[in-house]
Design a protein around this ligand. Structure first.
Ligand code: ADE
Length: 258
């Protein structure tokens, strides 16, 4: 998969994605991440990329032309118009299912805004998806773009090895991941759960499933509504169809006891 990040700060992008799983996938040739410097596409002598907003107001607005030309340089090179994401707090909130869906694309352009925004006309021309990474405002789209590159990349076949365990993880089936333990058996006076050392795989699976459901109910009751639970599980854990939030009557403490 090929990512193209349109940005005024290309160094921010390149340095962050050299490590660990993403760095290894790039070396294996499964991914490329190209930071395209919008400033390289200015026509004016001072390489200006922004101007005052029409109608007045605080801040500066990124101009359409350099962004459009940077975009067109990619389109011309690859011979198609790939999906183009504008990172903005006004977009829809990014989720694991978006990551999976976007991982199907061969090419993806990510546009990072700055200042007070981007001239609307170029957004209308090139953007296919408006995505936010959460309900808070950052100073620019670079960190959100890196969040997307990371989350999408690990859904690209071959990027995660077995050792990186991508199969049963947080948010699979809208459940949070169960707790994990490793050696030593006893640490700081606390033992690892004996069931995990029992060698009984069916028991281990069912313990983990139970932990996932309890944890989701406690920490993210909003997710539990979407989770794939059996009728029996719904009865046991007090999950009702149409349940909103945590109105289950159980306090977190009560949940932890079982
Ligand atoms: N740019 C600034 N804040 C953002 C956010 N929360 N998500 C995506 N892009 C942004």
């Amino acid at each position: 998969m090929h990512f193209y990040v349109l940005t005024l700060f290309p160094d921010m992008i390149l340095h962050a994605l050299e490590e660990s799983i993403i760095g290894r996938a790039k070396q294996k040739g499964l991914l490329t991440v190209e930071a395209v410097n919008i400033r390289d596409y200015t026509h004016d002598r001072h390489q200006k990329t922004d101007d005052y907003p029409y109608g007045g107001g605080a801040g500066m607005v990124m101009q359409a032309q350099p962004i459009y030309d940077a975009y067109r340089s990619i389109v011309q090179r690859i011979g198609s118009r790939p999906r183009t994401v504008y990172l903005t707090p006004q977009g829809s909130v990014f989720s694991q299912s978006d990551a999976k869906e976007l991982a199907q694309e061969a090419h993806l352009i990510l546009l990072c805004g700055h200042y007070e925004g981007v001239d609307e006309r170029v957004l209308e021309e090139i953007v296919t998806d408006y995505i936010s990474i959460g309900d808070y405002v950052l100073t620019g789209g670079e960190l959100p773009a890196m969040v997307l590159v990371d989350a999408i990349s690990r859904m690209v076949p071959g990027v995660l090895t077995n050792a990186d365990s991508g199969e049963s993880e947080s948010l699979e089936g809208s459940l949070l991941e169960y707790p994990q333990y490793t050696r030593p058996y006893e640490w700081n006076g606390k033992k690892a759960p004996d069931v995990l050392l029992s060698g009984d795989h069916a028991k281990i699976e069912s313990w983990r499933r139970e932990q996932s459901i309890r944890r989701t109910k406690r920490n993210r009751p909003d997710l539990l509504k979407k989770a794939d639970l059996t009728i029996k599980e719904k009865a046991v854990y007090g999950v009702h169809d149409g349940m909103k939030g945590a109105e289950t009557g159980a306090s977190p403490e009560a949940e932890n006891k079982n």
